[in-house]
Ligand binder design. Structure first.
Ligand SMILES: NC(=O)c1ccc[n+]([C@@H]2O[C@H](COP(=O)([O-])OP(=O)(O)OC[C@H]3O[C@@H](n4cnc5c(N)ncnc54)[C@H](OP(=O)(O)O)[C@@H]3O)[C@@H](O)[C@H]2O)c1
Length: 222
C-alpha cells in the first residue's frame, strides 16, 4: 500500500500516562517540549488525532512557532460519527490551516454537509475492528490530499490502532517528571498482544533534555 510515513508523538508522565482518569492532559510537559512539538508539526504534511481528543482537548493543532511558517500541515480527525462540533477550535481556525474530517461510510450526510459548508474537507472510509479502517484512511490522506509524512498525536486508542496495524515508523516521546498512576489514561490502549516475542520493537535514535522533560526518538526495527 502507498501510505505516508508515520510518526507517533506522545507526551506522557514518567509512568507512561497521557492524561488523568478524567481526561485532563494539559499540560503534562513543559513549554520547551511543546515548542519542539510545534517544530515537529511543521516538518509533517499532516497531523492526526482521534475524535475523543478532538472533543476533550478541543485543540487547534496548528503550527505555532516564533518563526513564521509558510505552510500548515493538513489537520485530520478520525471521527466515524462526524461529531466534531462546528464551534470547535479546529473548525474555528479553518482560515489558518486546512482540516480533513474522516467519517464512516454510514455517517450522517447532514453532518458531513454542515462541516463542508463551513470549509472543512470530509472523507468517508469503511469501519475497521477498532474504529475506522486506518489503512483506508491513510490511503485517502496520501492519494487525495498529498500527505507523505503524517504525525499521529493521539489519544491512546488512536495510537493503539496504528501500533496494532504495525504502521508506526518513528516515535517522538516526550516524558515529563511526574507520575499519574494506574488510573491515568495509557499512552497506548490495548493492542491485543499475548507474547513478549510479538511486541513491536523500536531502536532509540536520539535522546535530549528539553527543559524539565526528556525527548526520546525511536525508529521502527526491521
Ligand atoms: N498527552 C498526550 O500526548 C495526549 C495526546 C492526545 C490526547 N491525549 C488525551 O487522550 C485522551 C483521549 O484519548 P482516547 O484514547 O480516549 O481517544 P482518542 O484516541 O483520541 O480517540 C478515540 C476515538 O477516535 C475514533 N476512532 C476512529 N477510528 C478509530 C480507530 N481506528 N482507532 C481508534 N479510535 C478511532 C473513535 O470515536 P468514534 O467512534 O466517534 O469515531 C474513538 O472513540 C484525552 O484525555 C486527551 O487529553 C493526550
Amino acid at each position: 500500500m502507498n501510505r505516508p510515513r508515520i510518526t507517533l508523538k506522545i507526551a506522557t508522565s514518567l509512568d507512561g500516562r497521557i492524561a488523568t482518569a478524567a481526561g485532563e492532559s494539559r499540560w503534562i510537559t513543559g513549554p520547551e517540549a511543546r515548542a519542539a512539538v510545534h517544530a515537529l508539526r511543521a516538518a509533517h504534511d499532516g497531523v492526526l488525532i482521534g475524535a475523543e481528543t478532538a472533543v476533550i482537548d478541543d485543540p487547534e493543532l496548528t503550527v505555532r512557532t516564533e518563526a513564521a511558517t509558510a505552510r500548515q500541515p493538513l489537520r485530520v480527525v478520525l471521527d466515524s460519527r462526524l461529531r466534531l462540533s462546528p464551534t470547535s477550535r479546529l473548525m474555528r481556525s479553518l482560515a489558518l490551516a486546512p482540516l480533513l474530517v474522516i467519517g464512516a461510510r454510514d455517517a450522517d450526510r447532514t453532518l458531513a454537509a454542515r462541516l463542508e459548508a463551513a470549509g472543512a474537507r470530509v472523507a468517508h472510509v469503511p469501519r475497521g475492528l477498532d474504529g475506522l479502517d486506518v489503512e483506508a484512511a491513510l490511503d485517502v490522506m496520501h492519494t487525495a490530499h498529498g500527505v507523505d509524512a503524517l504525525m499521529v498525536e493521539g489519544g491512546g486508542r488512536i495510537a493503539a490502532s496504528f501500533v496494532k496495524a504495525r504502521l508506526v515508523d518513528r516515535i517522538e516521546w516526550f516524558r515529563a517528571p511526574i507520575l499519574l498512576g494506574g488510573e491515568g489514561r495509557p499512552a497506548i490502549s490495548a493492542i491485543a498482544m499475548a507474547a513478549l516475542a510479538d511486541a513491536p520493537r523500536f531502536t532509540r535514535v536520539a535522546v535530549r533534555e528539553v527543559g524539565p522533560d526528556l525527548w526520546e526518538s525511536y525508529e521502527r526495527e526491521g
